[in-house]
Design a protein around this ligand. Structure first.
Ligand code: C5P
Length: 152
């Protein structure tokens, strides 16, 4: 019996480390300009369409988080952001991995972000952030996003 319990425990430990190895990082950008935060409205999948999130996406193999953040913002909004540093906690994305947020700079002289893959892109003041219909993971970030938006 002891041996069987030990074997079961080992299997669990092995499964857990496989899970951890498979955990993917999704990076998100918190871009603030003139007291407003840049947010996007999802157009897919159906269950998330209409909800708001930070720009971002999966870090691809061989890519750093910073590279992924710059690439995703360019693909999604046609702009080149400059990542500055981490913001807030890592948030578990069930079945996907972890959502990790970086603040990022977007020069005022740059082209305006536009919705390439999303339904809409909007600049939102701190006072209106809590009232958005956020996707679940990003909602956890709202206190950190409000603090950031108030301070920039
Ligand atoms: O946008 P994409 O589908 O590539 O995102 C990968 C995963 O990360 C999805 O599960 C999406 O819901 C999640 N995500 C998120 N918050 C973001 C960006 C992506 O929860 N700001």
């Amino acid at each position: 019996l002891v041996l069987r319990l030990l074997a079961a425990h080992r299997t669990q430990v092995e499964l857990r480390s496989l899970e951890l190895a498979a955990a993917k990082i999704v990076v998100a950008a918190a871009v603030v300009r003139e007291g407003k935060l840049l947010v996007q409205q999802r157009s897919y999948p159906m269950s998330l369409a209409g909800k708001w999130e930070l720009p971002g996406g999966r870090v691809e193999p061989g890519e750093t988080e910073v590279e992924a953040l710059v690439r995703e913002c360019h693909e999604e909004m046609g702009v080149v952001v400059r990542p500055l540093g981490r913001l807030g906690p890592d948030i578990p994305l069930p079945g996907v991995g972890l959502l990790r947020t970086h603040t990022a700079w977007l020069d005022a002289a740059d082209v305006q972000p536009r919705a390439v893959e999303h339904r809409a892109v909007r600049w939102v003041a701190a006072a209106h952030l809590a009232g958005l219909d956020w996707v679940a993971a990003d909602r956890v970030l709202v206190p950190a996003l409000v603090a950031l938006t108030e301070q920039v």
